[in-house]
Design a protein around this ligand. Structure first.
Ligand code: NAD
Ligand code: ZN
Ligand code: ZN
Length: 381
């Protein structure tokens, strides 16, 4: 089969690989019909995720058609159209029983924090991902769901990560009626978090980024106010000015460890590797939220420490909430919003590339060229 493979930082290509086989009775093999490139894939692409091995296939956002099922699979059969959450999880351990699907204890022998994620290095279990023609789906009775007939493919695809993650980010913000919510980052996760904040009672939503075309999307798609951090000497001061000098009730970090906006943080993280990643967005969140407010962290940070302003968070009495999204928990509510016509998730998609051209897709997304926000990958085209 054809599959995207990692060749080293900033190098990916499409190669011939063996079609995956059933390895366990509860596995399914899914023929991928649509995949996406996520901001998290950029951390792998840039060589920042420990234990990303040559020839690993990325891709944790995908939908497809069931090709084959193992002998114990009961809920799926050949030919079913399925959406597959990015988490791989057993459904029955202590953590899964409490809905912590991203922290499953049975799927990742290499780490004690995160569970299993498709195509996300051996740090998250070493499972090959869905930027390929076929993918092996473990615990096939647990993660995947049959796509309802009235849900469009591209919307279902976005629910397997970006949309569910943005929604989860807003949920963790514990937004109360009338709250001012600041979202750092106008990528897919930030745009969906901003859109979701309205569903939860926000009275103001302010999105911060430095890419003007993405801020434009935040205004049109998420109906948010916007701030370009490159236009302000100190974005925290500006956020305070905009929020009665108290700070926002809730700040959502939808940027993660590769944040721009501070040269020292950039050099000490990306260049010198003195810290796991730049905590600048997270520190803006801690500084920009009001005392007693909530910071929700959706942006990804790796296992190495970063210089986070923990003392300020402590002394301000903040609530810090975070996790990899337990994707399937968000689906029932998201189906309701889509069916009620509240929004069309696929409105954020800017590029659709054949699998064979995925290297170009990575380049456009990484360098933020050609108005790129979200790239979908189409195998077999
Ligand atoms: N928690 C989860 O389950 C989960 C799931 C998906 C993605 N993620 C993470 O969420 C983050 C965003 O993903 P995405 O797909 O939207 O990525 P993206 O790269 O498209 O978006 C990131 C945006 O942040 C902006 N940015 C950079 N520095 C900034 C700063 N200091 N302040 C404000 N904005 C800044 C960039 O210009 C960009 O528009 C990534 O770190 C990704 O790994 C986490
Ligand atoms: Zn992702
Ligand atoms: Zn589990």
């Amino acid at each position: 089969m054809r599959a995207m493979t990692y060749r080293g930082p900033y190098k990916v290509r499409v190669e011939e690989k063996d079609v995956p086989r059933i390895e366990h009775p509860n596995d399914a093999i899914v023929r991928v019909t649509l995949a996406a490139i996520c901001g998290s894939d950029l951390h792998l692409y840039h060589g920042l995720m420990p234990d990303t091995r040559i020839s690993h296939t990325f891709g944790h956002e995908f939908i497809g058609v069931v090709e084959e099922v193992g002998s114990s699979v009961e809920t799926l059969k050949k030919g079913d159209r399925v959406m597959v959450p990015f988490n791989i999880y057993c459904g029955s351990c202590w953590f899964c029983a409490r809905g912590l699907y991203s922290n499953c204890h049975n799927v990742n022998p290499n780490a004690t924090a995160v569970g299993g994620i498709y195509g996300y290095s051996h740090t998250t279990g070493g499972y090959d991902g869905g930027q390929a023609e076929y993918v092996r789906v473990p615990f096939a009775d647990v993660g995947p769901s049959i796509i309802p007939d009235d849900i469009a493919d591209e919307d279902a695809l976005l629910m397997t990560d970006a949309l569910s993650t943005g929604y989860f980010g807003a949920q963790l913000g514990e937004i109360a009626q009338g709250d001012t919510v600041v979202v750092l980052g106008a990528g897919p996760v930030g745009l969906f978090a901003a859109r979701s904040a309205w569903f939860m009672g926000a009275a103001r939503v302010i999105v911060v980024d430095h890419l003007e075309y993405r801020l434009e999307k935040a205004r049109t798609f998420a109906h948010a106010e916007t701030l370009n951090f490159a236009e302000h000497d100190d974005i925290v001061v500006e956020l305070k000015k905009q929020t009665d000098h108290l700070g926002a009730d809730v700040v959502i970090d939808a940027v993660g460890a590769e944040a721009d906006g501070d040269l020292v943080q950039h050099v000490t993280s990306a260049k010198l590797k003195l810290q796991g990643g730049s905590p600048i967005a997270l520190n803006w969140a801690i500084d920009g939220v009001r005392k007693g407010g909530t910071v929700s962290v959706m942006g990804a940070y790796g296992p190495i420490f970063s210089a986070v302003k923990f003392g300020d968070a402590m002394n301000k009495g903040l609530t810090l909430r975070m996790n990899q999204a337990p994707v399937k928990r968000q689906w029932p509510r998201l189906f309701e919003h889509i069916r009620a016509g509240h929004f069309t998730p696929s409105d954020i998609v800017t590029h659709r590339v054949p699998l064979e051209h995925i290297a170009e897709g990575y380049h456009l997304f990484s360098a933020k060229l050609d108005g790129n926000i979200k790239t979908l990958v189409v195998p077999g085209s």
